[in-house]
Design a binder for this molecule. Sequence first.
Ligand SMILES: [Fe+2]
Length: 417
Amino acid sequence: MLSAEDNVLLTRIDPGTPMGSLMRHYWIPALPSDRLPGPDCDPVRVRLMGESLVAFRDTEGRVGLLDERCPHRTASLYFGRNEESGIRCVYHGWKFDIHGDCLDIPSEPAGRGRADRIKAIAYPCIERGGLVWTYMGPPDKRPPFPDLEWTLVPDSHRFVTRRLQDCNWLQALEGGFDPTHLSFLHKGDLIPGVDFPLPVASEFLPTGAGFICAYAREMFGKTVWCGETFLMPFHKLIPTELPGAHVWAPVDDETTMLYSIDYNPDAPLTQAQREAHESGRLIHAANEAGSDRTIQNRGNDYMIDRAVQRSGRSYTGIPGVGVQDGAIQESMGRIADRTREHLRPSDAGIVRLRRYLLNAVAEFQEKGAVPALDPTAYRQRPIYAFAPLSVGLHALLPAHDAAVAGSAAWAVAESLA
Ligand SMILES: [Fe+2]
């Protein structure tokens, strides 16, 4: 369990909150690049970190992300005219570029000089891995973009979806570091016909960007080591045969945008792999047309099928592993009350995660320290390998580390830096 104070400290991300201020020191995904398909396209509303913003792509193709409220009379820039390298508020024609600089005040032709002193709140953007990412922290503290392997492979090697979750970012993230739920919540659905066994051993490995909780399970007649990898502030690398990733970007305290990624570091995804991801059977989920809302959602009880649940073919009767996660995370309430929990030794991964984040917030509040800003600390790939328990995880690490070090992605990172 967590004290009520620590629960507030970890979960609240509005401007000025401790966690919100810390998280703003990292790059945060704002929207898929293809939602802004070309120069001077329609602007898009973005809700992120409790702030209402508007994204646009200017005449040169650069992405701008501005406070939705025009600094003149606070009208929404969403209705603005995106033209000639800036967005123009349709209320009085004031025009702003991607940096938030006011370029024109046509309502006062004689007052042009004053435009220099007016600035819209603007957050810098970068496009990586098919997404627009933004930095919302102090301008002088902006770090280089982290070397996340999935953002550095060619588009053909990657499959990305996103969807809204009606709950706080932390309880969704915690779901990614709960090793035992795989044997219950997802029973019957992770690998059809195979019961996902409980871990028989675990190891904790700190890294420069977070940590790895590695678990050994006896499966397929072998011992499989899977490293659940946490990277600051809200990334997970998913240990499967081909790697995956999740990013839980806070929309506000009670809503989260989950980005889910499957990728092959070395080759394009095959048609069969793309179709498997599109099916929504595993980490991805199908959305309502033109929406980030899943078709299976709270309003229809995630389409739970009690007959399937009773049959035992699926432990939940809810189709789709990713939807099962979302269903159960949302069922805890918009912000889970962690004072009511009863954690057990098998919840050690969640305790590690909270301890890491509480420590990071404390160091930030006391000293202004921000961990894991070195982009190369993110040069990781989740561990998924076989070694008998008697041999152990550490025997696997040299070969794993050598494979990661040999990734073509790092040369791409250096060319982009
Ligand atoms: Fe899960």
